[in-house]
Design a protein around this ligand. Structure first.
Ligand SMILES: [Zn+2]
Length: 186
């Protein structure tokens, strides 16, 4: 906590802005203890509040940066893309949900796979990102995790899966179910 005490401006403690609970700029108010945090220092502390240990959500990239040796990570499978073969739609079409997820994350899927090193040891990693449809598992995520396992076997390297998911994207199509049993749509 020492680093934080040296940079914290005590006047900013419990600052409240009209219409917003978070000050603009490089400061943010902790959701756990309401202390004012410097965002770059918070990132350096692995997105954990130094006052109350509140854990903030991390992107797949920030987890990989945290875990893997600097500059060693090489992504694979990034071109795999979810399809919508049943043209599924509920309140919002599945294609629209996917487009929103693409725009939020600049990714084609919520799982990032690759190989790199941890303290010099070659390691394969598959890391989910909650920003992409709640980190839910569709066929591309399943495929990517299978790819990571295959890559680990091929390289005889350990495989780490960082599971950060709300579950599976699973829809049951009633008519299809009658004829064919359950049908899982990505
Ligand atoms: Zn806190």
């Amino acid at each position: 906590m020492g680093w934080f005490n040296s940079v914290k401006n005590p006047k900013l403690k419990n600052v409240k802005r009209q219409g917003s609970s978070t000050p603009v700029g490089i400061w943010k108010k902790c959701n756990g203890c309401s202390e004012i945090l410097q965002t770059d220092k918070l990132e350096q502390n692995a997105n954990v509040c130094p006052f109350c240990d509140h854990h903030y959500r991390m992107t797949a990239e920030s987890r990989i940066d945290l875990i893997m040796d600097e500059g060693s990570f090489e992504e694979f499978g990034q071109d795999l893309e979810t399809q919508n073969p049943l043209e599924f739609s509920d309140k919002v079409s599945y294609d629209s949900r996917l487009t929103k997820a693409y725009n939020n994350t600049s990714k084609k899927d919520g799982t990032v796979c690759g190989v790199g090193q941890i303290n010099g040891r070659e390691t394969v990693i598959a890391c989910m990102d909650f920003r992409f449809m709640g980190g839910s598992m569709g066929v591309v995520t399943g495929e990517k995790i299978a790819l990571a396992m295959d890559e680990g076997l091929k390289r005889k390297a350990p495989v780490i899966v960082v599971s950060c998911s709300g579950g599976a994207r699973l829809f049951i199509i009633r008519d299809y179910k009658k004829e064919n049993g359950y049908y899982a749509l990505d």
